[in-house]
Design a protein around this ligand. Sequence first.
Ligand code: IVH
Length: 675
Amino acid sequence: MSAKHDAAHKIEELRAQLRHHEHLYYVLDAPEISDAEYDKRMNELKRLEAGHPELITPDSPTQRVGGKPAEGFRKAAHSRPMLSLDNAYNEAELRDWDRRVRELAGNLPIEYTAELKLDGLSVALHYGPAGSGGARLLTGLTRGDGQTGEDVTSNIRTIRSVPLKISAAAIEKLSLPQTLEIRGEVVMPQKAFLKTNEEREREGLPAFVNPRNSAAGAVRTLDPTLVANRGLVFFAYFLLVDGNYLAAGQSATLDALTALGFRVNPHREKMHDPDAMLKFIHNAEQQRSTLGYEIDGVVLKVDSHAAQQRLGYTGRAPRWAIAYKFAAQTAETAINTILWQVGRTGKVTPVADVAPVFVGGTTVSRVTLHNWDFIERLGGLRSGDTVEIERGGDVIPKVVRVVKQSENALIERITACPECGSELERTEGEVDWRCVNADCPAMLRETLLHFGSRDVMNIEGLGEAVVAQLLDRGLVHHVADLYSLTEEQLIHLDRFAEKSAQSLLTEIQRSKSAGLARVLMGLGIRFVGERTAELLAQEFGSMEALIAASAEELERVEEVGPKISESIHAFFARPANVHLVESLKAAGVNMTAEKKRRTSELAGMTFVLTGTLPTLTRDEAKQKIEAAGGKVSGSVSKKTSYVVAGEEAGSKLDKARELGIPILDEDALLALLAS
Ligand code: IVH
């Protein structure tokens, strides 16, 4: 045997040993050898690989930290959208959900799997064939907007509970292909969170407010060597092949993930009814403070794959799963002072600066007070007052009541804008005080931040620090100025180098194609939020058509009434706003959208009918679907939204199952049409 062959053999042996011990340590929490022994073998492997660099493979345990600093993240489409979950906040809502599930599932038997709702960020991991058999980690994507995520592979690789390689034996035993996708949650344990914040404090950086933000920050760090020290943990909960969930159901999926070497959260249970769910939820709440990581509820999933498909999806969430959110948590703390924040529309919002307090999994030091009337209803506030604050689910913390008044004087309402000094005004009948100075720097700052935010033009890198500098240096006077920024100008900003300047410019360029709905939102017209902007864009198709629309035409759009149409007209009656739109257009910002004939929920969806429905004829079903804006097609493909199946459904139903397309019976179809 040659020396090289010997080395190759020894290398494979060491890798197998190290993988085994990593699995014991990071996944099962049950190490069998000392850290020193582990390090010894790791060093031996490093030494051998250094002597034979041609034998290094990306799935070797030495390759967690590639050390290759990323230059921003590539975007990549998900194999199937990463959706969110609908919420239930109490027993009644949970029982309602169970009832709906059973109604829609028809005669299919229903069982549930309960899991903890881990408070982290969801990621999708793609594995592909490894040279030596088995599967190796190819890419790791963040959820992003649900359709496309960011390729954060180099950071995901540093998470020790993410196997770089899945063994051939495990894959074969489960009869799985070598190409697999695993989805789950990356969380930061509380200890690691506190340590991260201590370090940030030492470095003079602002603290993260909660472990989830901290984990998200870590996963998106550009230097993998930093991420490696963040103590992140990955819990797996979905297994997909070709974008489809495992046919065996959720509980079997979790077993399979365990067998493949993933860390699966041990707090899970299969059950039949809401009583058992409530018991599980109660136990989870009891254990919450001793888990070592944050959870914000319990996720309940219909276990069977067939029933999941029957139930299908609403736009944003599966009908076959629900998140039960824990009730609000409360704490007492002391008021330091009241801060006044000027928003994008000039609205001035009072915010309580309080002594930092840990509540509902987060350190709270700022609590909104909504408006001056709210403070008066609390009986006024004094610095030093003890107040009760509450935080529930994804709700922003709020002050509930004053527990104990201090001796200090009442804090008074401000009468001038804290940013530009103009006198604040309040319209009859409204609660908010506003700065009406159109040139107030705060408004421009907030408008820019809003314009660049993820749900609007999605300009990554246009955060508070950058915006503040752009304004300070007089580089931007209105949002359209963003499009004439140059590398030369950006390179001189703090913490900017050639790369970061270029990537911000690329992002700005990219935002030009965001489309009419996003631009409309970005303009910040009062009452025009995401949904309204989308409906307006679909109705009018271009900015010109929208600007020219009469009140009557505007109000033909779903959800647009006189209040919104007046606000739109008032906005475009101001020359400065018309000028802004013209400048955006001149900069090449796309302000068109595809016009929709109907703005219905079913618009764009394709249905395939198969078998005999209990009451509707084929034609009646077709008419109903088309009347609601949907299309009916004769054959099932990946693009099919739903297959409606009745008695004696044939091969189309099989095809739908194969492709993982939701299947409806007549009742479910009627329910969908009615919604
Ligand atoms: S299932 C359709 N299971 O909660 C996919 N999600 O509010 C839904 N999450 O984006 C995901 N723990 O990030 C699922 N055991 C769990 C979870 C979980 C936490 C997160 C996930 C998702 C969010 C939805």
